[in-house]
Design a binder for this molecule. Structure first.
Ligand code: SAM
Length: 207
């Protein structure tokens, strides 16, 4: 058995992650290409999408993750279940989103428990930057929802602020959400709730 060491974190600003990942041939990826597509950014081991793809079989799901060994394993888990509405892609989403997806090709997106990068000098490594908000606005169809959650209030508030500043997004509702609108928690969410810690969630309508 080969043991693959999975790094705890990778620096998304390092040179090797700056190239945009090219779009695969989507027609080869999903059995029904025209179904609505949900993008989960930073999907890690992909267990949230693995459950969502079974709970919502009329949707397609795309998980993107910067740690390649997790993506390889997640696609193996998908294949073991024979799911044709789910794909995991190794990429740094920041330089890649524009080349990956066409304008208005998404009907939903989520960023859940992104790496907080607590140290001030590391904060520029956080995944949600104004450029990514603009790329999400471009890729999301009007009427679709962007869901954000974190166990770190500062990170959740920063995401809420950045998206709220963009003219194409409207909070839905205003303030924090009481409940997760999805039927499945992420791995990090399960750990946080088990530890009795709060989760800060918000949602935006692409208007
Ligand atoms: C703390 S984990 C949360 C995983 C999962 N969303 C959950 O809630 O259980 C954040 C994930 O985002 C990934 N990530 C961080 N920056 C990224 C980037 N720029 N592009 C793609 N994935 C990224 C990390 O490798 C990590 O797996």
């Amino acid at each position: 058995m080969t043991i693959v060491r999975v790094r705890q974190h990778v620096n998304p600003l390092s040179a090797k992650y700056q190239e945009a990942t090219a779009a695969p041939d989507w027609a080869q990826i999903y059995a029904h290409r025209t179904r609505p597509l949900h993008l989960d950014i930073g999907c890690a081991r992909g267990q949230f999408l693995l459950a969502m793809a079974q709970a919502w079989p009329d949707w397609n799901f795309l998980g993107v993750e910067i740690r390649e060994p997790l993506v390889i394993k997640a696609n193996q888990d998908r294949d073991a279940l024979g799911l044709s509405n789910l794909h995991y892609l190794f990429c740094n989403i920041n330089p890649s989103l524009r080349s990956l997806l066409l304008p208005q090709s998404l009907q939903g997106a989520s960023i859940q428990f992104p790496d907080p990068w607590f140290k001030r000098r590391h904060q520029k490594r956080r995944v949600l930057r104004p450029e990514l908000v603009a790329d999400l606005a471009r890729c999301l169809q009007p009427g679709s929802l962007l869901f954000l959650q974190s166990d770190v209030l500062e990170v959740a508030a920063e995401m809420r602020h950045l998206v709220g500043e963009h003219p194409d997004f409207r909070p839905q509702p205003h303030g924090w959400l009481e409940q997760n609108p999805f039927p499945v928690p992420t791995e990090r969410e399960t750990l946080t709730l088990k530890a009795g810690q709060p989760v800060y969630r918000c949602q935006f309508l692409r208007c």
